[in-house]
Design a protein. Structure first.
Length: 277
């Protein structure tokens, strides 16, 4: 059983619902590579040091803001807590919006599931969750989670609520900041072929379960081969860049190649049935 990462209140006007939050992120598989000294294969260590007193321990470290060169003002943890006040324990809904109103560019990796906390929260939580689901709505609010003021997207998911931290508008650059896209008018035939190619990739039963981290898999195989003392052959030549060809020709080849692969996949079961019969 997982433990709640955060407990507080979800507030809509005068309605205050006690909730608990669980991280929606499973711990991703990560292979940690360490820095070693090349002569003895011993790990490189890092120490926190002061230019005056040398190495220091964590209890000797405070937090400060540099307002001028080499001039700092010290900020205590208690002072930060006073700034947050009641927001430390509550998520306040400020707006209700239609799904898709927020561009995914604003999503962060911080996502949580909200559950009611205690019997007192069951009914108001269920009412709020079902109302959002029935009306196909989402909510935006703010709250302090784990010491940071967050802008939050609240959505009904199955029978609970999900919360995703968002980037503020000022944290996302506009595409126009990087230049203007080329003003090219597409030919009708080219556009038709492009749409046809896109539609050929459409999936009604799409699932993210089909995808995995190929880099992690290949890195594990490399590590295991080295542990077993197997020779690892590293390709020295860089892959050649694909030749630049006519756009229409590229689209036609892509469609033809995809059709050929799909016909091959469909024919394999039939071939096996003929062989077994």
């Amino acid at each position: 059983m997982r433990h709640a990462n955060w407990k507080g209140y979800l507030r809509l006007s005068l309605v205050s619902v006690p909730v608990r939050a669980y991280s929606a992120n499973n711990q991703s598989e990560e292979i940690r590579l360490n820095q070693l000294h090349k002569d003895c294969n011993r790990r490189i260590r890092y120490a926190k040091t002061c230019p005056v007193h040398g190495e220091v321990t964590n209890d000797e470290i405070v937090t400060g803001y540099e307002y001028e060169k080499e001039q700092y003002v010290i900020i205590d943890k208690e002072e930060l807590s006073q700034l947050r006040g009641e927001r430390e324990r509550s998520i306040n809904i400020d707006a209700v919006i239609a799904p898709g109103s927020i561009d995914p560019l604003h999503y962060t990796e911080k996502s949580y599931y909200l559950f009611p906390e205690g019997k007192a929260g069951d009914k108001p939580f269920a009412l709020l969750q079902q109302a959002l689901a029935d009306e196909e709505l989402e909510a935006v609010g703010q709250g302090v989670l784990f010491g940071r003021e967050e802008l939050l997207l609240i959505r009904p998911v199955e029978k609970v609520l999900s919360v995703t931290a968002l980037k503020y508008a000022a944290e996302v650059a506009a595409a126009e900041d990087f230049g203007s896209p080329p003003d090219l008018s597409a030919k009708k035939a080219e556009l038709h072929l492009t749409k046809t190619l896109l539609k050929s990739f459409a999936k009604d039963d799409f699932s993210l379960d089909e995808f995995s981290d190929r880099y992690i898999t290949e890195l594990k195989e490399l590590i295991q081969a080295k542990i077993e003392g197997k020779e690892v052959i590293v390709a020295e030549d860089k892959p050649e860049r694909p030749p630049t060809i006519n756009l229409m020709e590229a689209l036609k080849r892509s469609l033809a190649g995809k059709d050929k692969r799909e016909r091959g996949i469909k024919s394999k079961p039939a071939a096996r049935r003929r062989k077994s019969g």
